[in-house]
Design a protein around this ligand. Sequence first.
Ligand code: TYD
Ligand code: MG
Length: 462
Amino acid sequence: MAKAAIKYVCQECGTWHPKWAGKCEGCHAWNTLVEEVVQSKKSVLPTQLQTQFTSINAMTEELPRLLTNLGEFDRVCGGGLVPGSVLLVGGDPGIGKSTLLLQVVAAYSHHGACVYISGEEAVSQVRMRAKRLNVSHGPALQLASATHVQEIIQAIESHPEKLQIAIIDSIQTLTSEGVDSAPGTVSQVRACTYELINMAKKKNITVILVGHVTKEGVIAGPRVLEHMVDTVLYFEGDRNYHYRILRSVKNRFGATDEIGVFEMTGIGLQEVVNPSALFLSHHEFPVSGSAIFAGIEGTRPILMEIQALTAPSYLATPRRTSVGWDSSRLSMIIAVLETRCGLSFANKDVYLNIAGGLKINEPAADLAVAAALVSALTNTPSPPQSVFFGEIGLSGEIRPVHQTDLRLKESQKLGFETGFFAQRSKIVDAKSTLSQQNLGYAVELLDIYRNQSHIENKCIAS
Ligand code: TYD
Ligand code: MG
C-alpha cells in the first residue's frame, strides 16, 4: 500500500520542502509553499523494465503534420501540429483560449476525429459557443465534460475512432488518482500532464492543454509544466483592444518567437493576415514623437509605431513611463541621448508607448525609440515615410541587426520610402567606443530631425 506523506511544494518552481517555510529554497520566492499530500509509490523491480537502444540511423516513419487550415495557428506551430506532440496554450483568463482552440479543433475536424474536453464548462455551454462562433465543424468533433485524468485517458484510448487531436481545457481543473492535493497545485498539474504526455506518445494523438496564467505572467504555478511539453504557446493581448497574439515561446518542432495575429470579433477570432497595417496609426498631419519601427516577430516582419511624449515635470525625480517596452531600456536610451548627444531630459517627464498595445522585446527597436524621443523633445516630426531599426550601444553607436532585407521589404510593401539603420560594414568595435566616429553616429541621429539628413539612408523604393 502506497504511503501518503505531507510535503510543502513551491508553486513557482516545484521544489519540495519537508517543513513549511516563508521562503522557497529553490527559487527564493516568498509565500509560495503549499501543503500537498504526496503518495509515494513502491518502486518497480528493475527486472521488469528494459531499456533498449536503437541506432540513430534507423528509419523512423515521419507522419505528416496536421494542418488545421487556420493559417496563423499552423504557422505558429511550425507548419502544422506534429502527431503525438503535446502543446500548452497559456494566457490570461478571458483572453480567448477556449474560443481559439474550439475554432482550431472545429477547423481540423473535417480531416480527422477530434475531441474537446472541458473541465470548466458544461457540454451545453461549449455547444452554445460553437453555435455562436458559427464554426463549420465536421461530424468527427465530439465534446465531453470531465476532470478526472484517468477517466479522460480511458475514454480517449477506448474511442472507437482513431483520434487525431484532443483538447483539454484546462489542465488546472484536472485531478489525478493517487494525488490528494487540490486541482491546480503543482503536484496535480504535474501528475496529470505526465499521464497525458504518456498517452499522447503511446497513441500518437496530439494533445493541446490550456493553462491559465498567474498575475506574474507564468502559467499558473508550475514552470515545470513548460519543461514537460513539446510546445508552449502564449495567447496574449490587451483586453481593451480587439486583437490577440499567439506567440510560441518553446517549440521542439519549429521556430520560437513566431507570432500569429487574430482579431476578436462578435463571431470569434478572425485571422489577421497583414498585421503591419493594424499597428500603424494614420496621422493626417505629421506629428512629433512618433517613429515607425520595422520589427521582426519570429520569422515575420511587422511594422509598429513607437510614440513618445515629453512633458514638463514638477517632480523631484521626473517620471519615466513605458508601455509595451522595457522601462530600464528606456532609461538607458535616455542616458545615451543625454550623454552622447548632449540632449537634456532633465525636468521632463517621458512617456513611451507602443501603439495598439503591442509589446516589443527586440533590442532592434532602440533606434526607433531614440528617434521618437528626439522627435518629441525637439517637437519635430520624423522624416515622412521612414522606418527605423538598430540596436544602440552605451557609447552611442548604432549596431546593425539581423534580417535587414526582410525589414526593408515589408516597409517597402507598405509604402515607406526611407530606412534608417546601420549597415554591417559600419560595426564599431569596442576599442573605439569613445571615438569621434561613435559620437558622430549619435549626432547624426539628431541631424535626422534638424537637417533631415540621415545615418544610413537607404532609399528602399529604389
Ligand atoms: P474565452 O475563450 O472563454 O477565454 P479563455 O478561455 O481564455 O478564458 O473568451 C472569452 C472572451 O472572449 C469573452 O470575454 C468574450 C469574448 N468573445 C468574443 O468577443 N466573441 C466571441 O465570439 C466569443 C466566443 C468570445
Ligand atoms: Mg476558457
